[in-house]
Design a protein around this ligand. Sequence first.
Ligand code: C2E
Ligand code: CA
Ligand code: CA
Length: 660
Amino acid sequence: ELSHGAKEYSEVTVMEGKKYLRVMQPLYMEQGCMKCHAWTRLKVGDLRGATDVAIPLEKYEIIAHDNTKKLILIHLVLWLIGMLSIYFFGRKLIDSERNNKASLEELSMRTQALDQSGSAIMITDTQGTIEYANEAFLQLNGFKLDEVLGRKPVIIKSHLNPPSFYKEMWATISEGKTWKGEFKNRKKNGSIYWCHETISPITDSNGVLTHYIAFIEDIEERKAAEAHIKQLAQFDALTNLPNRRYFHQKLEEQIIQAQKKGKLFGLIYVDLDRFKMVNDSLGHTIGDSLLITLAERLMHMNHTPAFVTRLGGDEFAIITELGDTKEDVELCADAIQQTIKQPFFIENNDLFITASIGIALYPKNGDHSEALIKSADLAMYGAKINGKNRYLFFEPIHGDFASETLLIENGLRKAIDNNELFLVYQPKWNTKENRFIGLEVLVRWQSPTLGFMPPSRFIKIAEETDLIINLGEWILKEAIIKMMEISKIIGFIPKISVNLSPIQFRHENLNSMIKDTLLQTNFPANKLELEITEGALVQDPAMAIEKMNELYAYGVTFSIDDFGTGYSSMSYLKKFPVSTLKIDKSFVDEIIDDPHDRAIVQAIITLAASFKIDTIAEGAETREQVDILSTLGCHAIQGYWHSRPIDYSALVEYFKNLEK
Ligand code: C2E
Ligand code: CA
Ligand code: CA
């Protein structure tokens, strides 16, 4: 290139493995050169050579390389930051898009579930303003959506629930807890219904309370069924007055009130004179009308008594209001007599009726219901034999119950130690599967001085004197010992039901006594059932639930004795771990002849089944009763039809016969 006239030539060459930059410039002949280089025969201006400079490139290459690297690196970092930002922001965008979509989907799914739920649902903000209500809610309460949104739940408030009830509800939910309860609501058209409501707080992801959600279940039908049972079980079908069962309950309550307030009251027994004659001569229809009219009159006397009841037939009982003197009671007795004296005009017959009236005063003539009833009954009998048409206060000549009570109490104190008590066992039987279910343990007392004492006489006294605590413990232990003993003969441990008096149930050591007894005897807890009455549960339900749950967790089961005679509230019973209801003997007695009693039994069985609670009928004595019970759906029987209560040796025989 130089020979062709280029002024400089450069190239990068590799020499001995290293890079060099070679720069060459031409050398031309000049006049001064001729002195020494004439021998080359070159003329002035001819190209005679070149200068060649080789610059090692290694050093520069490193620097250059570093720079590029730095440049590349900076670019790369910037690029990466860019890409990452794009990636992250992109991701975020996609995610939130996705989340939005998912939560929207979820939300719509949930809303749909709420919308379509059969339970009425409403959602309010923390101030109670309704933000959402589903179709079931609108249907139940008869509102349109726009009549509900933005309003407060007061629109369905019935104003029939006690204020304390709302207090408790708010206290619970404002603490962030779920509240459940049964109460009355009002529909748009004003009608009232019972509902079961569950209110739960809703919090956001930070745990801050934002809303309340309420599920409302209409339990009107169930409440109606319960009320129906109560009405049937507690009221007389002919006169609509409270019946004997209700009367006993009321009398106990009045005694407690009188005791608390230091007051007295009267129990007045009324028995119509010659009523049989009316019935026989004029017929039952007129007799019934007379009873109905009399019931109405007694309910609307000037001296309104606390409680008027028809005990049966032509017998009525009246409990007077709490008072301070005997005269208060006398006024009521006068009023009763005047009322009965007024002629009855029935189907064109003028009827004149008189009555024999006996009065017992609490606490003077008896400090517990049985004594009081007996006193009133005896006084009435006294009035009858003293010429009828009069009232008579109880006098000691009519009988002395206080001293009998004392004798029983004293005798009972020694009965356990003296081996005067023993147990009998009544088998429970499944009529559908022909199978033994278990045994009810019943106590017996053979007193050397008082003779044979039935438990109906001495259990009450044992309860009043707290002797029942020791007695109850003895019964449980004795029953278990006997069952362990018999298991060696028959090869299995029979399930037993032991009666628990309300006094025992309330006693603080009950659970530990039972647990200790089971541990000491090795008796399996699931072979023990305890029979308690509803009355034992209502006094302190919280305590009852706690006690029962503890034993239930241990394996012990519970049945409700004499069911139907007390409160008969299934929704109430649901709170307690109850396995079986024992339908009271008084219903079974009349199940053939009295359609009302049959209806009660049917209602109890149906309702119990819906709560998955078993039923057993007490006191079934005949084949017909057993058959009807079976038709109604109750296949568990305890009564003379299958077996009377039997003692230990008879029980051994019973099991031997079962095997055959
Ligand atoms: P309950 O717990 O309702 O016991 C059932 C009662 O009905 C028993 O009377 C039993 O003998 C009787 N019974 C069973 N089947 C029939 C039948 O087909 N016809 C008839 N007429 N009666 C039948 P009992 O043994 O006289 O007991 C009466 C009540 O005394 C018991 O009623 C219970 O409240 C109390 N009691 C009995 N034993 C004990 C006990 O060990 N502890 C406690 N706390 N109370 C007891
Ligand atoms: Ca019982
Ligand atoms: Ca019973």
